[in-house]
Design a protein around this ligand. Structure first.
Ligand code: HEC
Length: 466
């Protein structure tokens, strides 16, 4: 009896003591999980840098965090975790709720953590190759987004091996995502493809607001990377959201090479699940939900899987991919319970995943072609590449397995402070050719943009001003 009285007396006191405050409890959550998009000038529509702004939007914050809408992280984390996962755990969601229901106290501001800063400047420094889309004005009006691809020639004269890649959005307020892929067709100038939603070849990297650059892992015995063949082009599939009409962008991609003649373990990117694209075509009749399945395998050898990039268009609702090994073990790869085209991307596994020889990859997808505000008059939709078509693909980055791969961390790669200086390519190169921007041979001229091609395969576009 005495015990029970003590409990009822002390319980409310201990609860009051635990009321979360902004400085100690809320700011750390917002700084870590939200600011990368919700800083002033970022892509998020509200700025959450200050206490006042956080309080002013607290109702909405509570709503979007408890519904799981924010931070945007589509994969089902109970199915599989990834590197650079941005999610709130249940304690953090409850802390936000507790804080709001207790009047959103500020707390002691001397205990505020240091506010992180974000910008669109490079984290990796001077690159070996920079490719930039031409200045582009978004065509996304009210009610429609702009999806456009730019294939940019590399002008490389030799094969090089990519060690790292970084996307620098030109206009951080309107670049919603960028898919960088290797365009196998050589171009002499930039090729612009409107109405283009996906990669135009093997995917190397996907960028969304808050993404970190991709630095391939490297250790004593292994240098992982991707080959960039001579004369190849890189394609940037851009997504500018609704309402960005008339705003200007000029996004660039920065490429860092390994020193020449480095033996790399080459990472391949391939459409292992490719229904409709190079595989079985499919149709989605109007006014119904349709399920599509795909398989790949059995795999010919042991592989190390690095990332998975599930891709559907606007009618996609659900997608799941997993491997089943010859020993009948299931290896979960990705599951997205509420597919949202706006928030797609490649997901980097925490470590390489070993997929043993003889495994089969299974994929299940659901498409909803019933009437909705976004699709008021459904029509038959076919598989294809255009925005009005649908896709069902799973793009994987992988390579032949070697013992120990499954212990190699893929995320949180520490960028060496001397990262750009250890690239030997810029130090002892010799100019071998100068061309105009269309690739035609010219003499070096002043006050004109020209392409300078060096013997180590690197290229610079520059204007020598007199
Ligand atoms: C990867 C970028 C990104 C991150 C991280 C992010 N947001 Fe957002 N947020 C957006 C974008 C973009 C929108 C606009 C709606 C949309 O596109 O879904 C948005 C919308 C919102 C809205 C609705 C605003 C409105 O006017 O409708 C709220 C509230 C919000 N975010 C809060 C948060 C909180 C809280 C966090 C952290 C827990 C967070 N967001 C993390 C990008 C982000």
């Amino acid at each position: 009896m005495i015990n029970r009285i003590l409990l009822t007396l002390f319980l409310p006191i201990s609860l009051i003591a635990q009321v979360p405050n902004y400085s100690e409890d809320i700011a750390p959550i917002i700084y870590d999980h939200c600011l990368k998009c919700h800083y002033s000038g970022g892509i998020g529509p509200i700025n959450l840098e200050t206490y006042a702004n956080t309080v002013a939007n607290s109702g909405m914050i509570q709503h979007v965090t408890s519904s799981g809408e924010m931070p945007p992280w589509p994969p089902d984390t109970l199915y599989r975790s990834y590197a650079y996962e941005n999610i709130l755990n249940i304690d953090e969601i409850n802390t936000i709720l507790d804080w709001i229901t207790n009047g959103s106290p500020l707390g002691d501001t001397s205990l505020l953590p240091t506010m992180p800063t974000f910008s669109n400047s490079s984290q990796l420094g001077v690159a070996d190759l920079e490719m930039q889309i031409p200045t582009y004005s978004s065509t996304a009006g009210p009610g429609n987004d702009d999806y456009v691809c730019f294939s940019i020639p590399s002008y490389l004269t030799q094969n090089r091996q990519i060690r790292a890649i970084e996307v620098i959005p030109g206009n951080i307020q309107i670049v919603h995502h960028v898919i960088v892929s290797l365009d196998p067709f050589p171009n002499n100038s930039v090729v612009t493809t409107p109405n283009c939603m996906g990669p135009q070849g093997g995917t190397i990297y996907t960028w969304a607001p808050g993404s970190v650059p991709l630095v391939f892992p490297e250790n004593q015995n292994n240098s992982f990377g991707v080959n960039l063949p001579a004369n190849s082009s890189l394609s940037l599939a851009m997504h500018y959201p609704e309402g960005s009409f008339g705003q200007i962008d000029s996004t660039k991609v920065k490429i860092y090479f390994y020193p020449q003649n480095t033996t790399i373990r080459e990472i391949t990117s391939d459409y292992l699940i490719n229904e409709g694209l190079f595989g079985q075509p499919f149709i989605l009749p109007p006014n119904q939900v349709t399920e599509i399945t795909g398989t790949y395998g059995p795999t010919a050898q042991d592989y190390s899987f690095m990332s998975v990039f599930p891709h559907m268009h606007l009618l996609g609702k659900y997608i799941e991919m997993y491997a089943v090994t010859p020993a009948n073990d299931t290896i979960n790869l990705v599951r997205i319970n509420n597919w949202d085209f706006e928030w797609q991307g490649a997901y980097l596994f925490e470590k390489f995943i070993k997929i043993p020889a003889g495994s089969v990859i299974y994929a299940n997808g659901t498409y909803d072609n019933t009437p909705s505000p976004a699709n008021p008059n459904p029509v038959t939709v076919q598989s294809g590449l255009n925005t009005q078509d649908e896709m069902f693909v799973g793009i994987f980055q992988f390579l032949p397995y070697q013992t120990g791969d499954e212990d190699i961390l893929l995320g949180d790669v520490v960028i060496p402070t001397n990262f750009n200086t250890i690239n030997t390519s810029s130090s002892n190169k010799r100019l071998i050719n100068v061309t105009d921007i269309r690739g035609g041979a010219v003499e070096s001229k002043k006050n004109t943009p020209l392409i300078y091609i060096y013997d180590n395969g690197t290229v610079e576009k520059k204007i020598i001003i007199d």
